[in-house]
Design a protein around this ligand. Structure first.
Ligand code: ZN
Ligand code: ZN
Length: 371
């Protein structure tokens, strides 16, 4: 096996260097994964433009690959074999706290880089930590004893499995957080990979109406939303969105609103509050805005709206997402629009951020593409 590992390392804001790192030693309770696919999402765009700290970071937090080498303890604990295709969650659990014991690794302090300076999280934390290969934009990924791993079911390719993260977020946010289920009416704002994944989760769970909004430049994505089962699509720049939502729901408004927009300011939340039904609707929001001037708290409480937060995925949501992909019920492969090699990490992240002409939906980084 190669002594050196090629990795795209973030060295500063909007700066990537292709580096060769030494192959890490694999302890008895650790393993090495050959990275097949690392998905790129909107979070990468933000973390790349404004890194939260200066240490060198191998980005890439949506990682699929093949177990290349394992220590005997790791093999025994994880129940894996060399050659298995796996999805590795970016959360790395302590396996001692209450969150870890219920499969909610996303809430574990050990992996929370915002509050814990020594946290471990794939794609987020320093490449200077032991094992070095802490991100998917590299040929290999280091797996410590406490990596959270899911086996990819048979019949699901590595590239299709790359959709596990947006789809598991779809299941977590729409179904577990916002309670979408049988006969729900749902407004999904933003037809990117995240919004489209929410649409699939909602349809699978029995939603009777999924309304998807986008902008004029989202035309192809809105068509894809229809292919994936959305009942109504709206171009918010050309149409009166609220009027169309009210017509579609016969004046009632929707049960649930899911905000999957990026860089749209306060508009999606304001539309969401108006589009919700008269009482007890649910609004799922993101944390993009640090503050929200003139937030209509009166209207919110008068309508008895519940707000939930878009915040990652649980172990169960990942397992359900993998099952969904294996079922082939929805043509989710239509989401995987672009692939890039390791040399093109900078270009690929910028493409996801809409900086170049590519009309991307889901972008896969394939570290071995040009090798
Ligand atoms: Zn992501
Ligand atoms: Zn924990």
């Amino acid at each position: 096996m190669a002594e050196q590992v090629r990795a795209a390392v973030r060295t500063g804001p909007g700066k990537t260097e292709l580096r060769e790192l030494p192959m890490p030693d694999i302890p008895d309770d650790g393993a090495l994964m050959r990275v097949e696919v690392a998905g790129i999402c909107g979070t990468d765009v933000k973390m790349y433009a404004k890194p939260p700290f200066a240490a060198p970071v191998i980005m890439g937090h949506e990682n699929i690959g093949v177990i290349e080498r394992m220590g005997p303890k790791f093999a025994q604990r994880q129940g894996l074999e060399e050659g298995d295709l796996v999805f590795v969650e970016h959360y790395v659990g302590c396996f001692q706290c209450e969150w870890c014991h219920i499969g909610e690794y996303r809430h574990c302090e050990y992996t929370d880089w915002r509050t814990n300076p020594d946290a471990r999280r794939y794609g987020y934390t320093s490449a200077e930590n032991e094992g070095n290969l802490w991100g998917g934009f590299a040929e290999y990924l280091y797996l410590p004893w406490n990596a959270v791993i899911h086996r990819v079911p048979e019949g699901v390719s590595a590239e299709l499995a790359g959709l596990v993260t947006p789809l598991s977020n779809g299941i977590e946010w729409a179904l577990f957080e916002a309670g979408v289920g049988y006969d729900s009416t749902v407004l999904i704002q933003g037809p990117g990979q995240q919004g489209l994944s929410q649409a699939v989760a909602c349809k699978q769970a029995g939603a009777s109406m999924v309304i998807m909004t986008g902008t004029t430049s989202d035309r192809a994505r809105l068509e894809l939303a229809t292919t994936l089962g959305a009942d109504v699509t709206i171009d918010v720049q050309q149409e009166d969105a609220l009027e169309r939502i009210m017509t579609a729901t016969r004046g009632k408004g929707v049960d649930v609103v899911l905000d999957c927009t990026a860089g749209a300011g306060t508009a999606p939340v304001l539309l969401g509050i108006d589009a919700l039904k008269r009482r007890e609707g649910t609004l799922l929001i993101q944390g993009e805005l640090a503050s929200f001037p003139d937030f209509p708290v009166k209207k919110l409480t008068e309508k008895a709206i519940t707000i939930c937060s878009a915040r990652g995925h649980s172990y169960r949501a990942c397992e359900l997402a993998l099952k969904q992909l294996a079922s082939k019920r929805f043509p989710l492969e239509l989401l995987t629009s672009h692939t890039f090699g390791l040399e093109d990490v900078d270009y690929a992240i910028r493409a996801v951020g809409g900086e170049n002409e590519l009309d991307v939906i889901h972008v896969s980084l394939l570290p071995w593409k040009d090798a």
